[in-house]
Design a binder for this molecule. Sequence first.
Ligand code: NAP
Ligand code: G4F
Length: 335
Amino acid sequence: MKKALISGITGQDGSYLAEFLLGKGYEVYGIIRRSSSFNTGRIDPIYEDPHVPHRRLHLVYGDLNDASSLNRIIRTVQPDEIYNLGAQSHVRVSFDIPEYTGEITGLGTIRLLEAIRESGLKPKFYQASSSEMFGKVQDVPQRETTPFYPRSPYGAAKVYAYWITVNYREAYDLFACNGILFNHESPRRGETFVTRKITKAAARIKLGVQKDLYLGNLDAKRDWGFAGDYIQAMWMMLQAPKPEDYVIATGETHTVREFLELAFGRLQLDWQKHVKIDTKYYRPTEVDLLIGDASKAKRDLGWEAKVRFEELANMMVDADLAAERERLEGSQAKR
Ligand code: NAP
Ligand code: G4F
């Protein structure tokens, strides 16, 4: 039975990847951080689902800021595959905490790579690289050969993590891959990323528990796909005959405004009556246009995005409407 270690297992991607790998028969180890409130909400359902073999899921305490914990985990778990998904992953927040973002999102990667090197083991390594590295884009669409031009502390930290992964592949013959993933979303998306912020607000407005939604730049264009499709590409990269870097994207781009129209439209709401602009959500430097060319992944891995833009928006709105209804019914029952 293969063993996989996931940093960031409590996040959106980590939870989908854990389910996927358990389904493939892996023993899955996830690194979790101590928190004063529960942070395992996305993976708790694994323990409740009779179809998911949860006895093969193990959670271990550690932190990408704590090399000794990473060394210990790698020595004791001895994983065959490591997926480094842990990060301070919010671009806007990275302008407020740039040093911390560099520490976790950038240096966290070298701590993990060094722990691997010092262990003498040769696990395969996946690095969660990002289309945010393309920033002020030098090519349209962006592909593996497009030069990076990051526009945020987060983007700059991811560029460091990208190159250090390439360096360890070349210097130490490590099977290490960068997945350059474009934005991917789901009902499990963090609630402060724009898509989820919109779908949750639309559901609450529909149910009469919220009136307005405050947003920033509506003109930015993103290539949005479904997280459940994208985590499969991570695994596929580590099964390929040789380690390489891949762009993972849908090849379509849409504005934030288009996402708003679809999400509110799904609930027969007019977004213009509810959305207000708050400049605090603007970034000092913005990434205006992202659109990826994933033809290398299609050719070499047989991967391609299945869920398209409208289906993604509908899926997220429907899930938020159901969750909000349940929450309201629960709070009424308690009274
Ligand atoms: P996410 O939901 O924000 O999850 C981030 C995960 O990192 C959480 O499990 C979090 O743990 C963990 N983490 C944060 N700080 C940590 C630390 N100091 N030590 C260990 N773990 C830490 O992110 P996501 O959307 O799943 O994305 C997964 C990865 O892909 C990230 O590296 C992100 O930067 C990258 N990425 C995402 C996208 C996208 O569109 N989603 C696109 C390209 C790349 P807590 O739960 O304890 O906070
Ligand atoms: O949803 P976002 O915060 O995602 P962003 O900045 O593109 O970053 C996400 O995708 C990256 C891949 O390219 C990942 F690496 C990263 O970890 C993260 O998952 O913002 C999308 C767009 C931006 O242009 C932003 O300015 O939406 C715009 N926006 C407008 N109003 C807003 C808001 N973004 C947020 N978060 N909140 C707003 O109110």
